[in-house]
Design a protein around this ligand. Structure first.
Ligand SMILES: [Zn+2]
Length: 632
């Protein structure tokens, strides 16, 4: 059970007088800096803004600046308002509907001539999505986001204005606001004690902890759904930059190119675009005297579960950065002898071509993290503005290639008949629609058909197909490179859904309808009875068991050698029909006044959750790992 800690820390009390002053300045048209507004030096040692303070700053910024607007993304798991800032010139913001429309057309250019695509690329703006702080202990980017937004909102530098004229920035200060609040509250609680900067004993996402960055193909969490909808149904950004932090004892920052292996189905233009940005990031960091910059390290280009990776299969450029951590906002001092390599791309901590200027050791603090992040954020905007037309045209090229290189008669076929769990099969289709995959439905409504020839066709093949991990050997006679993360994600295998990739005959193709929303199997009770049965191999049956036991109804398990497969028996109850309907389960009425012979009553288990005082995410808190554990 996660309990919210009191916000009444000394730090917050100190904020109040200057908050009022800052409000006055907003009214007079003055754009406040984050530090002015919050009443403490943002980025200073041992100072953190929590998500509510960050949100209040962005509201003030949007009120004072005509270059910043806020958009609500939805609620979080624990009920916070999740938002993003849209930052560009006043004129671009005024025309944002037009630029969204251009981005949408470039993402799905079917029916357009190459001249029309060129015209869209000329008239469009590159849309850069920058997401921060999905991992809550990787706190730097949430603080940095305020400073960067302030800089963009107030700069009169002609180069910054040119970049903003060419681009629209979508800035998400935290992809997990609940966790950002938990981490800042925990940090403040132990500030000044011997536990300062120590790790929270509970997960920083209510359900999935660190794996909120494993959810981007499965979309199980509300935060992921919020952002997925904004990305693939509203804005169609061409470039996604996701800023993370890693362990403290290795390089200072990871930038693209990625390490091996590389996913077969991703269009190579994605990596070319990513590497343009990586090259610019490296240049700007080095130019500013920032050492310890590495590429081709640890983070592979193979896995589709994280934020920007999922978009690779949807013709979107996407870049990860990872900055070395401090102990949240507490500085760390690292001796040169403590610096170490490890992982792909840097076996020992030494100068090499992907790491030309090693950091020598010393003090590393929140301010350093934010300064590196400000530079890479600036380089990202520079890249997308400088290569605006090429990047926009590249998205259309990739989408066209996805359509044209696939066989138009080949579809993924998901039948409802003969499916072990038709509700889960439908759920798989609903998930693909959420990903903005085009799905068709056979006129008899018993068959889903997913064309492989479509803009997101490679994403379809990646999700529906079976993965074979590539055996990349960095040197002759060496072992193969290990994956960064999981190595397979086939949705039909994971969900137990029967699906096949087959050629569809023209008559079936012609009788299929475009599916906008799925129709779920009809649930309910067949007739009046004292008892009802349903086969037990449907996932929702377990949800129904829990719901009915909670309502106080009797539930039985029934299995006979000649009665395949086993069934679950539900005693009649006023809530049974509504729950069965809600869960799309069809229950058969049984004859008789008593449950079937040999039906075993199911006991309602008592579930206890044990909350240990030792951290549950030992690998996930990069700020505290003694080694160089990466954290993507
Ligand atoms: Zn991370």
């Amino acid at each position: 059970m996660l309990k919210r800690r009191s916000l009444l820390t000394v730090a917050l009390i100190l904020v109040l007088p200057s908050f009022a002053q800052a409000q006055e300045k907003v009214k007079s048209g003055h754009v406040p800096t984050p530090s002015e507004f919050l009443g403490f030096e943002v980025g200073a040692d041992r100072k953190l803004a929590d998500y509510r303070q960050i949100a209040s700053y962005f509201k003030a910024l949007a009120a004072a600046s005509n270059r910043v607007e806020l958009e609500r993304l939805g609620k979080t798991t624990l009920g916070e308002d999740m938002f993003m800032a849209v930052i560009s010139t006043e004129e671009n913001l005024h025309n944002k509907a037009k630029y969204k429309e251009i981005a949408h057309k470039l993402a799905d250019p079917r029916g357009l001539t190459s001249q029309q695509i060129d015209a869209l690329a000329r008239d469009g703006k590159t849309i850069l999505l920058l997401t921060c702080n999905i991992h809550s202990t990787e706190i730097g980017s949430s603080q940095m986001s305020m400073e960067w937004a302030y800089n963009l909102a107030t700069s009169q530098d002609p180069e910054i204005l040119r970049r903003l004229n060419d681009s629209i920035v979508l800035l998400v200060p935290s992809l997990n606001p609940d966790g950002e609040i938990m981490v800042t509250e925990w940090y403040r609680k132990y500030l000044g004690t011997k536990y300062e900067g120590g790790q929270m004993p509970y997960l920083y996402h209510h359900y999935v902890g660190h794996d909120d960055n494993r959810d981007w193909f499965m979309l199980t969490q509300i935060e992921t759904k919020n952002v997925n909808h904004m990305v693939y149904h509203e804005w169609f950004p061409q470039f996604w930059l996701d800023e993370h932090q890693m362990g403290e004892n290795g390089p200072r920052i990871y930038i693209p190119p990625n390490a091996d292996p590389v996913a077969k189905l991703v269009n190579p233009l994605v990596h070319r675009g990513n590497n343009l940005m990586g090259a610019d990031m490296g240049w700007r960091l080095e130019e500013a005297g920032k050492s310890g910059v590495i590429f081709g390290y640890s983070f592979d280009a193979y896995w589709p579960g994280g934020t920007r990776n999922t978009g690779w299969w949807k013709n979107m450029y996407g870049v990860l950065t990872e900055v070395a951590s401090a102990r949240i906002a507490t500085p760390v001092e690292i001796e040169s002898t403590e610096l170490q390599g490890g992982g792909k791309g840097l076996t020992t901590y030494e100068q090499q071509i992907n790491f030309p200027n090693p950091w020598p050791g010393g003090v590393w603090r929140l301010r350093d993290i934010m300064d590196y992040e400000l530079l890479v954020s600036g380089a990202a905007l520079e890249t997308v503005s400088k290569y605006r037309q090429e990047l926009l045209r590249g998205v259309a090229t990739m989408a066209t290639q996805a359509v044209q290189t696939a066989d138009p008669t080949v579809y993924w076929r998901i039948p409802l008949d003969g499916q072990r769990d038709p509700v889960t099969a439908t759920r798989l289709v609903a998930l693909l629609l959420e990903h903005r995959v085009e799905v068709r439905w056979h006129a008899d409504k018993k068959l889903f058909l997913i064309p492989t020839s479509q803009p997101y066709g490679r994403f379809v093949d990646e999700m529906m197909g079976i993965q074979r991990y590539p055996e990349v050997r960095p040197a002759a006679n060496s072992g193969i490179l290990e994956p960064y993360d999981v190595a397979a994600w086939s949705l039909p295998l994971m969900m137990g859904v029967k699906a096949e990739r087959v050629a569809i005959t023209p008559d079936v193709q012609n009788s299929s309808l475009k599916l906008e929303t799925v129709t779920w199997p009809t649930g309910g009770l067949s007739g009046q009875a004292k008892f009802y049965s349903v086969v037990d191999h449907q996932n929702n049956v377990f949800a129904l068991i829990n719901a009915m036991q909670k309502a106080g109804a009797d539930v039985y398990f029934h299995s006979l050698p000649n009665f395949q497969p086993p069934t679950i028996i539900f005693a009649a109850h006023p809530q049974l029909a509504a729950n069965a309907e809600k869960l799309h389960l069809s229950l058969e009425a049984l004859l008789g006044e008593t449950p079937p012979m040999q039906a075993v009553p199911l006991k309602q288990p008592r579930v206890a959750l044990y909350n240990s005082t030792s951290p549950r995410m030992t690998k996930a808190g990069p700020a505290f790992s003694s080694n160089n554990t990466a954290s993507n």
